[in-house]
Design a protein around this ligand. Structure first.
Ligand code: COI
Length: 352
């Protein structure tokens, strides 16, 4: 692959940004990385000013949704060193997603070189302190203009960055899906395919009308097994046992999810990775053994769920001082901000 071409901006726009008021994903840093797939190879890797793209209106991404993405975060420690959290997993997952959508895989050395050079240019955009991070969005789109419903021959791989605090601005209550489905066996639910998210917007907007912020998707066949929240994987605490659904071709293999499972094991918290039914959770809610529900994801980190609804059944979760949600959030953050030992080598230092 050709050499990375970097054109820094002459004037940063960082002084126009209020870092205390950052609705998720609305502000973007100065630069972006892009690389084109053409004539069977990735070429023209470039870091340039964050700017609109010019694309052919017949580009397949617009018509057939050939698009995949990732979500990552960069953190800064007290010494101004920059860290990524398990970035190899994001790299592997974007290629897994791309493969499923018949898109070319992106080379590892260029993923890391593009990403690290971009972060070094954007280091002022990564603020120190709890809750601060730079959200990183790598994505691939089919750019070839042609309307036949078949995979494109041309693609663009890009990375854009957005300073972030929390994903959910307020309280999160959920509805367990009874009618709509996010994914089905044999489909693309495990992939970070753009269309997986669009498909949730309408049912989620119905949930909003009832005062709920998210849908917990259930299996498409019976709507009896709780799978994931679309923006997050989902954990249930019954008494002191943590339960989460096993990953499958319907569920995203969340990096925060697998970190939580590992941290639970490290801290002798009973964790069961198994199917979890709506009936089991409703029974546990009724008999008082359901202590917590929380979601895990890169953007959301760990987000407590305050209540749920299924059919006519509504339940508010107890408020717990020593919640697992708080424990996992704190433990993950301490690793991410380089405040503690990293025994699983999850931190990746971005070299200066
Ligand atoms: C992430 O957590 O990074 C995601 O990709 C979820 C997205 C809806 C913000």
């Amino acid at each position: 692959m050709s050499k990375l071409n970097i054109t820094p901006v002459s004037q940063s726009k960082i002084n126009t940004v209020d870092f205390n008021d950052l609705p998720f994903g609305n502000v973007f840093s100065d630069h972006m990385f892009s690389c084109d797939f053409k004539d069977g190879k990735w070429q023209n890797p470039t870091i340039s000013e964050y700017a609109p793209l010019t694309l052919d209106p017949s580009a397949r991404v617009f018509h057939y949704g050939q698009a995949v993405f990732e979500g990552m975060k960069a953190f800064k420690d007290e010494n101004d060193d920059i860290y990524l959290f398990r970035p190899e997993d994001n790299f592997e997952r974007i290629n897994k997603s791309a493969h499923r959508l018949a898109m070319p895989e992106f080379p590892k050395d260029f993923f890391f070189e593009g990403l690290e050079q971009l972060l070094l240019l954007e280091k002022e955009w990564i603020k120190k302190g709890d809750g601060n991070s730079l959200y990183i969005r790598p994505f691939v789109i089919a750019t070839q203009g042609a309307l036949s419903a078949s995979p494109a021959d041309e693609y663009k791989f890009m990375i854009i960055c957005s300073p972030a605090r929390s994903y959910y601005a307020g309280e999160v209550r959920v509805i367990f899906a009874e009618e709509y489905s996010r994914s089905a066996s044999g489909g693309v639910g495990f992939a970070k395919a753009a269309g997986n998210y669009a498909a949730q917007f309408y049912p989620t907007s119905l949930a909003h009308k009832e005062g709920y912020q998210q849908v917990i998707w259930t299996d498409a066949k019976s709507h009896e097994y709780l799978e994931e929240a679309g923006t997050m994987n989902i954990f249930f605490r019954i008494n002191n046992t943590l339960i989460t659904a096993p990953i499958s071709d319907r569920i995203l293999d969340g990096i925060t999810r697998k970190s939580v499972i590992q941290l639970a094991k490290d801290n002798k918290i009973d964790v069961e990775v198994r199917r979890v039914s709506v009936t089991e959770i409703k029974d546990a809610a009724k008999n008082g053994s359901l202590k917590e529900i929380f979601g895990s994801g890169t953007a959301a980190v760990i987000n407590p769920i305050l209540g749920f609804k299924h059919s006519d059944f509504k339940h508010e979760l107890p408020v717990m001082e020593d919640s697992y949600a708080k424990f996992f959030k704190k433990t993950l953050n301490e690793i991410q901000y380089n405040k503690t030992e990293d025994k699983h080598n999850w931190r990746h230092k971005v070299s200066k």
